[in-house]
Design a protein around this ligand. Structure first.
Ligand SMILES: [Zn+2]
Length: 79
C-alpha cells in the first residue's frame, strides 16, 4: 500500500467515524483539522446587472475588460 493510499484510507476512516458520530445524535466536530486541503469554492457566476457595470480593466493594448465589475474570474476578458 502506498503512502498516498494510506493517507486516503485514514481520511475515509475518519470521515466514516464522523458520519457515525453524527448519526448517533452527538454533535459532530466542527471540522477535522486537515493540514493540506483547502476547499476551493468555484466562483459563482453573478448575473450582470447592467451593461454599464463593467470591470473596465484595460490591457496593454488599450482594450477594455468586458466582464462584469468585480468579476470572480481571475482573468480579464477583452473584446
Ligand atoms: Zn476584468
Amino acid at each position: 500500500m502506498s503512502k498516498l493510499d494510506a493517507v486516503r484510507a485514514m481520511r475515509e476512516a475518519r470521515y466514516a467515524e464522523a458520519q457515525t458520530r453524527a448519526g448517533a445524535g452527538r454533535p459532530a466536530p466542527r471540522r477535522a483539522p486537515g493540514p493540506a486541503s483547502k476547499p476551493s469554492t468555484p466562483p459563482a457566476p453573478e448575473p450582470t446587472a447592467s451593461d454599464e457595470e463593467l470591470c473596465g480593466h484595460r490591457n496593454i493594448g488599450g482594450r477594455t475588460c468586458t466582464r462584469e465589475r468585480g468579476h470572480a474570474a481571475k482573468t480579464h476578458r477583452y473584446g
